[in-house]
Design a protein around this ligand. Structure first.
Ligand SMILES: *[C@@H]1O[C@H](CO)[C@@H](O)[C@H](O)[C@H]1NC(C)=O
Ligand SMILES: *[C@@H]1O[C@H](CO)[C@@H](O)[C@H](O)[C@H]1NC(C)=O
Ligand SMILES: *[C@@H]1O[C@H](CO)[C@@H](O)[C@H](O)[C@H]1NC(C)=O
Length: 371
């Protein structure tokens, strides 16, 4: 577990490391003559240009590191496998999760972006983790997840009434499709769920389910090629951009069996089914957090890191541009995390809590990243 002290030291390390790297590059690239002799009038020498470039690097080494900040800590303590969604442009909701000390919870918390503070809402009737959450027309839906100490797939659908601070039960998803950690998306008032895990140590499923919030019914007529992903996945990322539904990476079977695939489904052409994109996640992972800004998916951290020094967790930040079908690296998180959520609001990405090692270790640190 990373204590706040450790985290601050790590942040300083990033600054200092980036600064000296840039400084070293600047100094080694300076020919001694450029410091002593004047450049020819009217022409900028290549070494002057190089020096300018390096100065830009020095400045940007601070600018890029400065895009990470911390916010009010998670109110329940060190937590992972909670699900987070934006309820309004200034409010996030965190549903359930697993406490490092205390196990699975049924608690739900609301975060106010303006006040930078958390408040407890009505709890769900059962403990829940890896919950499948979505907001449609300003209303919060929890569409199953994992319940109890065995983290068993629960098919119940709940709707939150914000004015009354109450949960009501809607139609359950088919029992055979009960699962947690699905990749969520909302399209035309229908909530889509792709992939997921049936229970702790259970199966990685290829199933796609859809709940029409207008009729309150689960769709039973999804064409076969859209109903199943090409392969099972759990703890993947993704969402919907335009009419396209993306399922990014995740694991198949054992948590160390990480994948790098991007599967795509056109929701206006379900009969055509899922296809594989060319772009492959540079660092295959599961349990990473995903946020969508415009047409880009930002991915943070994850689980399944085989490096002994990593505690099984990743700190990679990688972005997938759906318009070019390409990936790029954006450096590392201040604290490596898995089992967390990332939510984009107003140009920033909110990443509260998360697991700091494979298993129970977790943090209450709330990071926010501005790309
Ligand atoms: C989604 O909504 C758009 C705009 O109202 C409509 O043109 C389209 O047919 C809808 N698609 C589906 C699959 O419901
Ligand atoms: C690991 O994933 C690959 C696909 O990436 C799959 O072919 C293989 O069966 C998986 N292994 C296990 C043990 O599930
Ligand atoms: C949204 O971003 C703008 C510009 O950065 C800022 O002025 C405003 O305060 C932000 N709003 C919230 C609710 O954070």
């Amino acid at each position: 577990m990373a204590s706040p002290g450790t985290r601050d030291k790590y942040r300083v390390y990033i600054y200092v490391h980036d600064f000296f790297l840039a400084l070293l590059f600047t100094l080694t690239s300076l020919p001694s003559s450029s410091l002593l002799s004047a450049t020819q009038p009217g022409a900028m020498s290549s070494s002057t240009l190089h020096l300018l470039l390096c100065c830009c690097m020095l400045v940007s080494s601070f600018a890029s590191a400065a895009s990470w900040r911390t916010l009010a800590r998670m109110p329940a303590g060190n937590i992972h496998e909670h699900s987070v969604v934006a309820l309004t442009p200034t409010q996030l909701v965190s549903v359930g999760g697993v406490l490092q000390q205390g196990g699975p919870i049924s608690s739900v918390y609301l975060y106010d972006l303006v006040k930078d503070s958390w408040k407890k809402l009505a709890s769900l009737p059962v403990t829940i983790n890896h919950a499948n959450v979505a907001v449609v027309d300003g209303k919060l839906y929890v569409l199953g997840g994992m319940t109890g100490s065995g983290w068993v797939g629960n098919p119940t659908t709940w709707l939150y009434d914000q004015a009354a601070d109450k949960w009501t039960t809607l139609a359950s998803m088919p029992a055979s499709e009960a699962r947690g950690s699905a990749v969520m998306g909302v399209y035309n008032k229908t909530v889509w769920l792709a992939s997921g895990k049936t229970k702790s140590g259970g199966e990685s499923v290829a199933t796609v389910s859809a709940f029409d919030t207008a009729s309150g019914r689960w769709l039973d007529s999804i064409p076969a090629k859209a109903k199943n992903l090409p392969e099972g996945r759990d703890h993947g990322g993704g969402g919907i951009v335009g009419t396209k539904y993306y399922q990014i990476a995740g694991s198949l079977g054992p948590l160390t069996n990480r994948t790098d695939t991007v599967f795509v489904l056109d929701l206006e052409n379900l009969a055509a089914g899922w296809s594989r994109a060319k772009g492959r996640m540079p660092t295959p992972r599961r349990g990473f957090a995903t946020a969508l800004i415009g047409s880009k998916f930002y991915t943070f951290g994850g689980e399944g890191n085989p490096l002994a020094s990593s505690n099984g967790v990743y700190s990679e930040v990688e972005v997938y541009d759906t318009t070019t079908d390409t990936w790029a690296s954006l450096g590392r998180m201040p604290v490596a995390k898995h089992g967390s959520y990332a939510v984009a609001v107003n140009g920033s990405i909110y990443i509260p809590g998360g697991g700091t090692a494979s298993g129970t270790p977790a943090t209450d640190i709330f990071d926010v990243f501005t790309p």
